[in-house]
Write a protein that binds this ligand. Structure first.
Ligand code: SAH
Ligand code: SF4
Ligand code: F3S
Length: 475
């Protein structure tokens, strides 16, 4: 894993599926921007359309339908999508009945406004309405515009078997919750993804078991806040869960255990942990099972308690550092990564320095770092002033990134001279003679191929490293 300063360079990528058994002769071009959740949703979309007989293409000029699954997290993410739409315009000119659909978070945020702003768009569909896609396509085929942006309190797509897209056949994502109830003041996700709901644990275990039987060796359980996963027999979390219900409920740590028990050769990862909800029970479960990876992504956002309060994150600097201590105590060799936002409303130079000093204390393995971008409708947009100048946000971000690069190099170096159990994900980008995979801490390890292959577990003695990658030979 590498550090990322996110400038929305998250590439949209054409996603391909195997040809359907009953082709309808129509071709779909599907691409996905944004987070792993969106990517995972595209696998649901692919499944729904494959059932209707669509095949896929990597060339949008060949497509009958173009779907772009969008992200709204920062302004830059939306600008990328708008730019992409101007490229689709060329295809629409050549083929007037081409249908263009905008899916995902930006569709949900803008709703039918999208149709007014971008005349070439035919379909706007939010994250909870993908089951209606075949109908929406039918409407669009008659020349009308089609919108479905209803958010649901129940929808989890639990019964839809995702079609694995762009897959390496080794690692896969499984969504365990949808939506978010946290209302961090900077964040648009609660508006684009709706209320938090958990998915039936049995369907999660079944999906992971199927993946294992198909040869997959790693699953990542996805949720905006995995620690608040709670299954009490219905999706939406109730305000008051009775003691009786709680006794029969499945918590995140119990879910992790269920998935870990499927097979000791199935690695389990999860993202994202929330500092306010990540308690010791989860850490003990991680420590107990060798196949649950020793890696926690624990976004901090800021190292200053006043800013955290304004962000409505629900923890202080001290609480966060106490959680870091708990990780180090219970899982001594854990890899830890973060998300940080620079230049949130009213952040002073001193408060920015608190973020740097927190980083110095934790020395993260890697991180995702962003400049604050104000989002419509959020608490911050309504109540706070986006008053840190752009240049200051960027300079603070650059300082955060520089420090993180130093810490990544430090952490990577600590891995040299040790043996790492690596799950091979594929051939290294740099050389066909080398394989790459990740260790339990999620650091990338590269080593000569010999007779090993994708999906193997290999013990690699690491003898060298670059800033973020370990280099070694198989034992
Ligand atoms: N659910 C996850 C975060 C999902 S969004 C969590 O709570 O940790 C991924 C990251 O994008 C966030 O952690 C945050 O660092 C960043 N982000 C979200 N909204 C942002 C905004 N308005 N401006 C800049 N970065 C933002
Ligand atoms: Fe956004 Fe906060 Fe929910 Fe994460 S926990 S998705 S940052 S509201
Ligand atoms: Fe993900 Fe972007 Fe939506 S980060 S949840 S795709 S706003």
């Amino acid at each position: 894993m590498e550090n990322k300063v996110i400038d929305e360079s998250n590439q949209g990528e054409a996603l391909l599926i195997e040809d359907p058994s009953h082709p309808n002769g129509k071709k779909l071009f599907l691409e996905s921007y944004g987070c792993a959740m969106n990517f995972s949703d595209s696998e649901i979309v692919a499944s729904i359309l494959k059932d209707k007989g669509f095949s896929t293409t990597q060339n949008f000029f060949e497509a009958d339908v173009i779907f772009v699954n969008t992200c709204a997290i920062r302004e830059g993410a939306e600008q990328r999508v708008r730019k992409r739409l101007t490229e689709y315009r060329k295809a629409k000119k050549l083929k007037p009945d081409l249908i263009i659909g905008v899916l995902g978070c930006m569709a949900e945020r803008l709703k039918s406004q999208f149709l007014e702003q971008e005349k070439l768009v035919d379909i706007v569909v939010g994250p909870d309405a993908y089951r209606s896609l075949p109908e929406l396509i039918e409407i669009a085929e008659t020349g009308q515009k089609a919108v479905n942006v209803l958010l649901s309190k129940e929808e989890t797509y639990a019964d839809i078997a995702p079609v694995r897209l762009g897959s390496n056949g080794v690692t896969a994502f499984i969504s365990i919750t949808r939506g978010c109830d946290n209302m961090c003041s900077f964040c648009v996700v609660p508006f684009t993804r709706g209320r938090e709901r958990s998915r039936d644990p049995q369907t999660i275990v079944n999906e992971a078991t199927d993946l294992f039987n198909e040869g997959y060796r790693e699953v990542t359980l996805l949720g905006q806040n995995v620690d608040s996963y709670l299954w009490t027999g219905g999706g939406l979390k109730k305000e008051n869960v009775s003691d009786e219900e709680l006794k029969n409920a499945t918590t995140f740590s119990q879910l992790l255990e269920k998935v870990a028990l499927i097979h000791y050769d199935l690695r389990v990862r999860f993202s994202t942990s929330h500092p306010k909800d990540m308690l010791d029970d989860v850490l003990h479960t991680i420590a107990k099972y060798e196949n649950i990876c020793n890696y926690v992504h624990l976004p901090v956002q800021s190292g200053n308690s006043r800013i955290l309060e304004m962000m409505n994150r629900g923890y202080t600097r001290e609480w966060y550092l106490n959680r870091i201590d708990a990780i180090r105590r219970i899982i001594p060799d854990a890899g830890i990564s973060m998300d940080i936002i620079s230049g949130f409303c009213s952040e002073t130079e001193e408060e920015h320095k608190d973020t740097l000093s927190l980083m110095e204390t934790v020395k993260y393995d890697f991180g995702y770092m962003f400049a604050y971008s104000e989002r419509p409708k959020t608490l911050a947009e309504r109540k706070l002033k986006d008053d840190v100048p752009v240049e200051v946000k960027s300079r603070r971000l650059a300082e955060i990134v520089e420090l993180q690069l130093k810490h990544s190099a430090y952490r990577t170096k600590q891995g040299v001279g040790k043996v790492h159990k690596v799950l091979v994900e594929g051939t290294s980008k740099k050389s066909k003679e080398e394989l790459f995979g990740r260790n339990s801490q999620s650091t990338v390890v590269v080593f000569p191929k010999e007779n090993y292959k994708k999906g193997d577990y290999v013990n690699v003695l690491v003898t060298n490293c670059t800033g973020g990658t370990l280099i070694g030979t198989a034992l």
